[in-house]
Design a protein around this ligand. Structure first.
Ligand code: ZN
Length: 234
């Protein structure tokens, strides 16, 4: 007879401050309970040339959830962020270094060999980038926001992160960067960001491209200023 065991029980080693009651109360507000309603009239219709005034009822119903994610076998990476460390994994067979980390090597020859943890330097190179004029709410005041895929020195993969202290016009592939971890790290990829480690050189653009680029950036900055006051990312 093989004795079967269940995973657990959970023993908490460390925990950040967490006001469980406050969050539980908050979550309850999203329990599908309507808060209010309104009845409106508006023009609507199947095409923009055939709109008719119609009457609708709208209900205000908050949705709220607390998600509990386990980082599973790559937990060490996120625990590293709390310690201000950038961790990656290395395959003992082929030597590939992963950041973001992989618990098992994806090189077919290694047949899913288990990787080992290594601490990485907080330096890297921009592999590709995008300039965002639409960001998620917590980052909206930082627009235009530069998102970069950064190859951390000594690794074979790219870690996505945002860039700070850089004019979006000057971001370019190959730019050397310093990688930082927020002082109040929460154990999330958003704790990681990059700043230029050298004088950035703008990519080649035609006059027309540059004009269009600057118009877009100006519009974004105007919107940020109007919405959040004077906080803008240059
Ligand atoms: Zn391998």
């Amino acid at each position: 007879m093989v004795k079967m065991e269940q995973p657990g029980p959970e023993k908490v080693i460390k925990q950040s401050a967490y006001d469980e009651k406050w969050w539980n109360d908050w979550v309850m507000k999203g329990g599908w309970r309507p808060e209010a309603w309104k009845i409106i009239e508006m023009k609507d219709g199947p095409t923009l040339t055939s709109l008719k005034t119609e009457r609708f009822m709208i209900i205000h119903r908050p949705h709220a959830n607390m998600f509990n994610h386990s980082y599973g076998k790559v937990s060490r990476f996120f625990e590293g962020l709390l310690e201000g460390k950038l961790m990656g994994t290395k395959c003992p067979k082929c030597g590939l270094v992963y950041c973001p980390p992989r618990a098992h090597c994806f090189n077919p020859k290694c047949r899913l060999a288990e990787t080992t943890w290594v601490e990485l330097p907080k330096k890297g190179v921009v592999h590709s980038y995008t300039i965002m004029a639409i960001a998620w709410p917590s980052m909206a005041h930082l627009q235009p926001l530069v998102g970069a895929m950064v190859r951390v020195d000594g690794t074979n993969t790219c870690l996505p992160m945002t860039m700070r202290d850089i004019d979006p016009e000057k971001v370019n592939i190959g730019l050397k960067v310093n990688i930082h971890i927020s002082k109040d790290a929460k154990g999330d990829l958003l704790d990681v960001y990059a700043t230029p480690a050298e004088e950035p050189k703008a990519p080649k653009r035609t006059e027309a491209e540059l004009k269009r680029f600057r118009e877009d950036m100006d519009k974004t900055r105007e919107w940020v200023k109007k919405t959040f006051g004077t906080k803008t990312n240059k």
